[in-house]
Design a binder for this molecule. Structure first.
Ligand SMILES: [Ca+2]
Length: 80
């Protein structure tokens, strides 16, 4: 059953990769920054290199996620 042992690591990595995408606060289409439909390792690392700030004024109750690398807004979400 050597093949099973060989498959354990890639399957485990794939599972961790999928979980990291799933548990990111950003939606898939935002994580996939170049819209290639594939989340690269760099895109996945970027997905966790984000900050969260509350929106003021008419957008109160909303939060904005922004890229820490440049401070630009990435995604906005509002509590219902
Ligand atoms: Ca991509």
């Amino acid at each position: 059953m050597k093949i099973v042992r060989i498959l354990v690591v890639p399957v485990l990595l794939l599972f961790i990769y999928g979980a990291a995408i799933y548990f990111s606060p950003l939606p898939y289409e935002i994580i996939d920054q170049n819209k290639s439909n594939i989340v690269s390792v760099v895109e996945l690392i970027d997905a966790y290199d984000i900050g969260k700030r509350a929106q003021a004024g008419s957008h109160s109750g909303c939060y904005e996620y922004y890229w820490l690398k440049d401070g630009l807004p990435a995604y906005e979400t509002c509590q219902i």
